[in-house]
Design a protein around this ligand. Structure first.
Ligand code: PAF
Length: 270
């Protein structure tokens, strides 16, 4: 694996006319990332992974400071997977100009995480924009765990870049917990609580699939979850999975949650 600390050097050494798959990450790699990398390796001739903890997508300084980092372990994982290229650029190379660090969202897109984490997706879109302006991969891979991110990126990229977006299903670990880099910040007790929440919602979803009117019990689920010690829901909403509107039926809904588990903010969708 060739490690690049700068996009300039990457561009000099790598021929982007070839069929290159790009997996952007913020590191602290887990099986979710590994599944994205494996998809890229299946479809593309060469795979490029980036590790860049993008400061402009953090709306709280402490969250940025505490975000898990483990470059050595990440490099070992990538080498084992036989990834071709790793890009780990510096902030000043990505954002030469401060105005490049945010891309505005439309008012109608400001729901769920876009509402509760102001500036977050503006920073995500900005970093993807900078990457795709500076490098020209043919394919890019995102996990459905960050479902709202995936939809916003799809919309943003559509008419701007010639690239195919691939989405890969959420990978769940023990107790149906969605894998996330943030899970390393959880204790065993916290993990048990997250597993309880995941199964509660999965069960609720099964009931809604049987009878959509079961949705009226959502408030009981919210009550149950908020009653768990040191758990606080930010939002728990049922939405249309195509456009995130509240207009859905039993075949096109998804349930979205963001909550704090002992101060660690987690998201999931089912
Ligand atoms: O999903 C993530 O890890 C990040 O939001 C991404 C897409 C790498 C942009 O920084």
């Amino acid at each position: 694996m060739i490690i690049f600390k700068s996009i300039n050097t990457l561009n000099k050494e790598v021929n982007f006319k070839a069929n290159i798959g790009f997996v952007p990450t913020m590191g602290a790699l887990h099986k979710g990332h590994i599944s994205l990398i494996k998809s890229s390796k299946k479809i593309c001739k060469k795979t490029l992974v980036s590790i860049f903890i993008n400061p402009s997508q953090f709306n709280k300084a402490n969250d940025f400071k505490n975000y898990p980092k483990n470059l050595k372990k990440d490099i070992a994982i990538l080498k084992k997977l036989k990834v071709d290229y790793l890009l780990a650029p510096k902030v000043k190379e990505i954002y030469r100009n401060k105005k490049n660090s945010k891309i505005k969202l439309k008012k109608k897109d400001k729901v769920m995480c876009a509402l509760y984490r102001p500036g977050h997706f503006e920073g995500v879109l900005a970093v993807i924009n900078q990457f795709l302006i500076k490098i020209k991969p043919k394919h890019i891979f995102f996990g459905e765990k960050d479902y709202q991110q995936l939809l916003l990126i799809k919309k943003f990229v559509k008419n701007k870049f010639k690239i195919t977006i691939h989405n890969c299903p959420t990978i769940r670990g023990k107790g149906n917990i969605a894998l996330s880099s943030r899970n390393v910040l959880l204790s065993n007790t916290d993990i048990k609580k997250s597993a309880y929440i995941a199964n509660l919602i999965l069960n609720f979803k099964r009931n809604m699939k049987r009878d959509i009117l079961f949705k009226k019990h959502l408030k009981n689920i919210i009550y149950k979850i908020n009653n768990i010690k040191k758990i606080k829901i930010e939002y728990l909403e049922i939405r249309n999975k195509i456009n995130l509107s509240k207009n859905y039926n039993r075949n096109n809904f998804k349930i979205f949650i963001a909550y704090y588990n002992n101060k660690v903010r987690l998201i999931d969708n089912y």
